[in-house]
Design a protein around this ligand. Structure first.
Ligand SMILES: O=P(O)(O)OC[C@H]1O[C@](O)(CO)[C@@H](O)[C@@H]1O
Length: 352
């Protein structure tokens, strides 16, 4: 499978053969970079991003809500909003329904690629009070887009089961908001334009025999670790856990043993050394962790060390997400006959 950077623009998927779950996902991935670049250049997205940025700056507070991958993308962006001085909190939309934060002046961004998850409709029925609400979606006709001013990514709702294009587009839409708040977005554009040519064979060989997967990240890569675990569960149907690095040390490190597949996402800043220490502990425990290094470090012996272009923030997320998508799809294709065809879940979950 290859992943190159198309220039820009959206083209609807053309499927001459009947769609399978996998072909739908691959169709989404084929246009995710172009659509993401298109959304960053879209004047309507930029205007809406400015509105949201003003609302967040006015109150100093930003609440990020979503389900599944949409929540995990919010988790990737949350530290970036904090770095810009906002009191930003990402929480599952379902949690906000049943145990909401106290009312207070704030901006809220409800992210839902379909704009139609059951929790979205219920949240829209709750009184906004001092909350200035915005949406982030791919479907301009969705209940979310009809109810709130929205950042709308191009290309329509995602048809593939796992969040691939929607995840990349949601990252880009957050990057537009961060740009409106003053953060440069050149590195995000560069990440979207860089072809992903990393050889994943050694990583796949290491993970292939794993009975359980653990993904560990820190800072902006925490949400990425969490979404990788979601993808491993929904596509490969293996038990998979995603952790913030400190949380993994507080107990779950007891899981380390041969047969466990460990993927460490190494970001820059003070936590980089902690990731190296954890990698050494994995090796001592008799397993070979895969390390995606987004911070330009030196390989820890005994690991599968995958060096990516160094970056921070959402650029680091994007540098890592493309190889991780390929890794997880290949891993799942080894184990599941009809990858991307759910047995129990649905693409749009309406139940509460
Ligand atoms: O973003 P939405 O449409 O609210 O859906 C939530 C989640 O449900 C899924 O569609 C299926 O689990 C994910 O891809 C998505 O992250």
């Amino acid at each position: 499978m290859t992943d190159t950077a198309p220039p820009t623009g959206t083209a609807p998927p053309t499927d001459p053969a009947p769609s399978t779950g996998l072909s739908l996902i691959l169709g989404e991935m084929a246009r995710q970079r172009g659509d993401a670049l298109g959304s960053l250049a879209d004047p309507q997205v930029q205007a809406r991003a400015r509105d949201l940025a003003h609302a967040a700056r006015d109150s100093g507070r930003l609440l990020l809500l979503g389900m599944g991958a949409s929540h995990f993308v919010n988790r990737m962006a949350e530290p970036e909003y904090r770095r810009l001085g906002l009191d930003a909190t990402a929480m599952p939309l379902s949690e906000a329904l049943y145990t909401p934060l106290p009312p207070g002046p704030r901006a809220a961004l409800i992210a839902s690629q379909s704009g139609a998850s059951g929790e979205v409709g219920r949240y829209l029925q709750t009184p906004a009070q001092d909350e200035r609400r915005f949406g982030l979606t791919l479907d301009p006709h969705s209940p979310l887009a009809q109810a709130l001013p929205c950042l709308i990514g191009p290309g329509g709702a995602e048809r593939g089961f796992a969040a691939t294009r929607s995840l990349v587009l949601s990252v880009a839409l957050h990057a537009a908001v961060l740009e409106a708040l003053g953060q440069e977005s050149g590195s995000v554009r560069a990440a979207l334009e860089s072809p992903d040519t990393l050889d994943l064979t050694p990583a796949l060989d290491t993970l292939r025999s794993a009975d359980t997967l653990v993904f560990v990240g820190r800072a902006e890569l925490t949400g990425l670790a969490e979404v990788c675990a979601l993808h491993a569960a929904e596509l490969a149907r293996v038990p998979a856990l995603g952790f913030e690095g400190g949380q993994f040390r507080h107990g779950p490190i007891e899981l380390l043993r041969p047969g466990l597949g460990v993927v460490l996402l190494r970001t820059g800043g003070p936590s980089a050394d902690l990731t190296d220490t954890l990698a050494r502990q994995c090796v001592e425990a008799g397993l070979r962790p895969v390390v995606l290094d987004c911070a330009g470090g030196e390989a820890v012996p005994g690991t599968v060390w995958l060096a990516l272009a160094p970056g921070r923030g959402l650029a680091a997320v994007l540098n890592a997400v493309f190889p991780l998508q390929r890794l997880l799809l290949d891993f799942a294709s080894d184990r599941v006959r009809q990858v991307g065809k759910p047995r129990h879940a649905r693409k749009v979950t309406l139940e509460r």
